[in-house]
Design a protein around this ligand. Sequence first.
Ligand code: ZN
Length: 741
Amino acid sequence: MKKTKFTDSPYLKNEIFKTRFLADDLIAAATVICVALPLSLALALASGMDPMSGVITSVIGGIICGLLGGSKLSISGPANAMPILTATVIHQYGVGGLAVLILVCGALQITSGSFGFGRFIRFTPLPVIYGFTAGIGSLLFVNQLPRALGLPPPDQSYTINILMHVFGSIRTIQTQSLLIAILTILVFFLFPKLSKKVPSPLLAVLIPSFLVTILHIKTPIIGHLPSTLPLWNWPHLPTNNLGDFVSLIFVAFSLMSIETLLSSVGVEKVTHERSNPDKELIAQGIANLGSGLFGGLPITSVLARSVLNVEAGAKTRRSSVFHSLFLVFSILFLSPWMSQIPVAVLAGLILSVALRMLHPKEFIKLWKVSRSESFVGMLTFIAITFIGLISGIQAGLAAALVITAFRLGNTSAKIDIFGFSGLSHLSINGSLTFMSAATIEGIRRKLESESIQKGLIVDMSRVKEMDSSGAIQFLEVLDPNIQKRKVAFVGLSSKNKSIFLKLNYKVNLAGLIASNDNEVFKILDHSPEEKNLNRLRYGVERFKHIIGSEYGTLFIQLAQTQYPHTLFITCCDSRIDPNLITSTDPGELFVLRNIGNLIPQANGDCTPAEGAAIEFAIAVLGVKEVVICGHSECGAIKGFLSGEPMMPSEMEKVPHIVTWLKQLEELRPKLSSGCSVREAVEVNVIQQIENLKSYPIVREKLLQGHLRIHAWYYDIGETEVEEWNESERSFSPISPTPALG
Ligand code: ZN
């Protein structure tokens, strides 16, 4: 079984102070810095910052997020997604402006994590994330091209300008730089196919740098690197273009948070341990406050380095902290060597990372699943690449929203319309919102083909989503019939009803809303003689057109034979529906009904109808359960209790009722004087169990253990069914309402 232990069990907290797993964590940290060190340098260079600032970022991220983060084995530092944005900020607002941006983003992350928003950021649409990643990859690639080709930086950072700049200066390309960059890319991608023991980014830097040194190739190198930790970077709030700056902050915040949470999800897949997205955001926020103050870059959790950490055997949060300490060591002691790394090598490294971000396989997968989603992904990708990062993200999110809204508007809006004897029935299954133009147009067309003489019944019970603009458009389509008061709405949820009533429609809609099917015919003002028959016909049509189809193949199965499991004996009272109160389907209950749910003694002098039904159910159909169900306010019992159910003159007209109810006399000795209807109903159902046992087939099956008999009491007003408990000698609810609190 996979472990789904929560990240912060006490076991893990104490673990970092123990020697257990110490070697694993040290080895993992050493492996991770082989990637983190070269990438930190390269990403800082690509951001337009001093290469050492990338290392500082990794140190701060590794310590703070490692100790406080919600994802135990994640590694944080400068992210592949950020250099373009960082470069834009530095270009427009300087290093001081970048510090302000990072500090504000950190504060926003702490706030959103504290309010529990981390869980929501995880719901960023997948195609948009694909578009972000691939788009940023292509921007990174294009932006690094001049550096990899040894060309001077272009005047503008738009993709088209850079490409024109590259083509314009094609004759001045430095062949050495180009070859070094290509070699770096080849090592980056091909070495993992030979061996996975040494991280390829390290070799992609070491091998070309070594060749450049021994072959004395003349190519620009990083140059002097400070071998001390920078201490403080004064934030400088920009004064110009503050509006743009604010929108940059929000894009940076979104990118940083999404990148972090995506990385956490990726790590979860490898470790099978849940992370805490809110805790992770708060830790990232704190780390970014540190990075902003100490001259670093925006920090995020980074998927590739995190997965490497896990795969290299990291066991506790220590490995992230060790990775930071190793980086401090490298700043202090390795900077003379690091300063010799050729710029083209770091450019080649970024080109490799950028290529990896393009993920064409992901796009093909998306295309196969959904054309509209792959369109959103493609749009985001193209917009980011050719228009710019911010507009690209905005375009992608807008497209995702439009497609979502469009889908909501069209969710299976099935329009059913059928006519019978001048009446028409319309039912909508789906949504009626501002996006439902197509649905409403469909309704209009369907209505045009119907001739509505006696009225239109609009069944709204399957309208899942409705807003006021959807409702108004819908009512406009129905308006000619509404004006003639030939429309009755039924099945409106209380929410949809209140939308209808708040619309202030030109006709008072309250008078057109029926609370049940029967009321529909009062609203449509049919004459009493046709009302009842129309009600029945309407029910049959509705069953045939709509309800019947919801049972799938049930009726086809039932067409041949029946296998009911229960004999259900209850009163004829119209307020009882055995299938409804037990939520059972046709074919499950064999129902025996008579006035007062009475079972005549097997050897008595009543008609054989009841006995025949009982014998057929038990002996022929083989039912295993018998339910005898009495009910509240039973007319038969009330009449019996009042002594004289009817006037003597009326009794002559109903001799059968008189004979039938004589059976109740056997209850008389068991009832206290002045007992309630409920008590009498209960005594009656228990008495009927005894009567049932007078049938030989019942006794035989009971003896064999093939039959059980249950006495129920159904309270109509409370919709509660109670069951007789023989050992406790009392009735109690089958499904008790849970006590509050
Ligand atoms: Zn009754």
